[in-house]
Structure formats: C-alpha cells, structure tokens
Design a protein around this ligand. Structure first.
Ligand SMILES: Nc1nc2c(ncn2[C@@H]2O[C@H](COP(=O)(O)OP(=O)(O)OP(=O)(O)O)[C@@H](O)[C@H]2O)c(=O)[nH]1
Ligand SMILES: [Zn+2]
Length: 352
C-alpha cells in the first residue's frame, strides 16, 4: 500500500534529491495561511508552524511554500517545521512595487498548465508572458484554451497561439462540459506535481472539479485531525488527484509579472524570432538598429508581425531590467518603445 507521503510524491522527490531521511521526519506543504501551514505527513494532514529560528532567519522566499518538502518534528497533534528542503523548481513573480524581489507561488512543480478562457479572457500577449516566465523557471508548460464550448473563433485562436508559441503544447478544452479533460488526465504522471495558473474566471476551479471527479473536496480540506473548523482562505493549495498526480490550484492570481533572470528565456519563447536571429550579421545583434538584421528584415517584409516583435522587445526589456549582471544592464539603455513607434511609422509610409 502506498503511504500518504508517496501519494504526495515523496519517491519522485527522492529521485531528484537523494537523502536518507525517514518518513516520520518529513512532510509536504499543502497550503499556507500566514504563519500556519497545512502539512502532509506520514500520520496524515496536520497543521504546523515553523521554528522561530526558521521564521526570523529566512527571507520570504526561503520560508515554506505550497509544494515544498520540509523537515518536521511532530508536536502533539501538529508539527514544527524545522527546515525547507532543496527545491527542484520554483515559480514566482515580481513583487508589486519592488524591483527585483521575488514572491514565490509554489515549489517543486513538474509541469504547469496555463488556463486561459476563449472568452474575454483570451489574450495572446499574456500567454506569451506566462510561457516566458515558466521557461525561465525551467518548468514544462502546456496551454489549456478553455471554454471551447462558447467561443466562435476556436480554430483561429488555436492557430494563432500555436503559431506564436510553437514550442508549447496547446490543448483545447471545455472544463465545464468535461471535454478534452480525459486527454489531460492521460498525460499526467502519478506523483508528479502540476500547477494551474491563469486569470480569475479562466476556469481553474472548474477544471480542478473535473479532474477530482467525485472526490472534490475543496471546501473541507482541513484535516479533522486538527480538530479545528478552520476555513481555508489560502489561494494556493496542493490536491491529490484520483489519477495519482498532484495539482496546485492558484485561485485568484490576477497579475503575473515577470521575475526572470534569463534573457534567453524570452528568446526561447519567441522561437519564430529566435530562428531569425541566427541569420543576423552580428552575433550580439539586439535586433533594433543593426545592419543586416534578419529580424528587422522580416519585419519589413511583413513575414514577422509587429505585435509579436513588440511583445518580444517588451519582455526582453523586463528580463534585462531584472537581470543582475552589469552586461545585461548596459543593453537595456535603448528606448525600445520609441524605436517600435518609429519603425511602425516608417512602415506606414512605405505602404501609402
Ligand atoms: N461555458 C463555459 N464556462 C466555463 C468553463 N469553465 C469554466 N466556466 C465558467 O467560468 C466561470 C469561472 O470559472 P472558475 O472555474 O471559477 O474560474 P477560476 O479560474 O477558478 O477563477 P478564480 O477562482 O477566481 O481564479 C464559472 O462561471 C464557470 O462555470 C467552460 O469550459 N465553458
Ligand atoms: Zn538582428
């Protein structure tokens, strides 16, 4: 019989980070509520708090987050978290109002599903941003275009996204009607951890419901072992699905700013542009004003679309800004938006 820890991916984690810890001293964070944690342990799902030392000696980022594996000391019916174990992936965003601080969403994720509705939620630029962030975090990504049942331009929109993001798998679903969900269930691997991200109203909870089937338990996830009727107000929670996989739901995530360190991630996302860049005359071409730039040529000929190029420049600028290295900082000096405007103007002149 698989233990509850195995169900929550302990063996999968051990394949990534070998260790000789025993199951009774470890746990996995299911949800976070300020300084209180819901922890999956060998004895069940219990509540926990960090030691004072961990709380006061850590940056926000280093504190336990949903999906984290932690070392614990059982204490009566709850536990004390003594340390956070090494993460194999982490997903974060830029903190509002701050320049480079990262706010973590979740840790130890194998694959991310970006859920976007084909209604007014549909926004290719936002998808590109999200894919870029996930590329940067080294997390495999699948785009789920939801609400296929009520959209009129399903084929056009799907083609547009597949064209702009050819390296990212796109799946069409209707979470509400349970269409396309079986295909998702099939590709999920037991013990692997998945996350759903997307705007409020995209259909994440509906999809989670579909994936959970009859076992949906969102409103009563707090273990009775804790004995408190505490209602969960967290917006990030790890669920064990009937298919043996784990899913983190991130309800209410509206803004998804970039917290990228790698400019390369932007290039990876815009593979259409990346393919052109190898044809530029200069290896360090910024594709903004250099002679014999293949990207600029493609823009002129209409082979490359302006909005995609603009999106690329914007994201690259953000990534460069975030990047800590001096070399990258030098490159960000150019007024890219003005440049794009000038180029558009030039193009208009040519046309008329
Ligand atoms: N027509 C249609 N409606 C859907 C579909 N999926 C979700 N909806 C509806 O869209 C609305 C929002 O869905 P939710 O699942 O609550 O969205 P969410 O992404 O969880 O939103 P937050 O919890 O605010 O982050 C609900 O009224 C759903 O019934 C779908 O495939 N088709
Ligand atoms: Zn170039």
């Amino acid at each position: 019989m698989t233990s509850i820890l195995q169900q929550y991916g302990w063996q999968h984690y051990c394949q990534k980070h070998a260790n000789n810890l025993t199951e009774d001293t470890i746990g996995r964070i299911k949800s976070v509520n300020k300084t209180n944690y819901e922890v999956v342990t060998s004895t069940g799902i219990i509540s926990g708090e960090t030691t004072g030392q961990l709380l006061y000696s850590s940056t926000k980022e280093a504190l336990p987050h949903t999906g984290d594996w932690v070392q614990i000391m059982p204490y009566e019916t709850s536990c004390i978290i003594t340390s956070v174990m090494e993460r194999y992936s982490e997903l974060g965003r830029k903190e509002a109002g701050r320049k480079t601080d990262k706010q973590l969403f979740a840790a130890n994720i194998d694959l991310a599903f970006i859920v976007q509705g084909l209604d007014q939620d549909y926004n290719p630029r936002r998808l590109e941003r999200m894919v870029t962030v996930l590329n940067d975090a080294g997390i495999e990504t699948i785009i789920l275009l939801n609400k296929a049942d009520i959209s009129t331009e399903v084929a056009d929109k799907t083609t547009e996204i597949s064209h702009n993001l050819p390296n990212t798998r796109v799946m069409l679903i209707s979470a509400l009607l349970n269409e396309g969900v079986e295909a998702i269930v099939k590709l999920m691997i037991p013990e692997h951890t998945y996350i759903m991200i997307g705007s409020s109203g995209a259909g994440k909870s509906t999809l989670l419901n579909s994936l959970m089937g009859a076992q949906m338990q969102k409103t009563n996830t707090i273990s009775d072992a804790v004995g408190k009727g505490r209602h969960t107000t967290t917006n990030r929670e790890l669920f064990a699905l009937p298919n043996g996989s784990l899913m983190i739901d991130t309800a209410g995530v509206r803004e998804f700013g970039l917290a990228m360190s790698e400019v390369n991630a932007v290039e990876l996302t815009f593979s259409e542009i990346q393919q052109l860049t190898v044809q530029c005359r200069f290896q360090d071409c910024t594709h903004t004003d250099e002679p014999d730039c293949a990207v600029l040529k493609a823009l002129e000929s209409g082979q490359l679309q302006y909005d995609l190029y603009e999106s690329y420049l914007k994201l690259r600028k953000e990534a460069e800004h975030y990047s800590a290295t001096q070399q990258d900082k030098k490159r960000k000096g150019k007024d890219l938006s003005r440049l794009v405007r000038d180029m558009k103007r030039q193009n208009m002149k040519k046309r008329y």
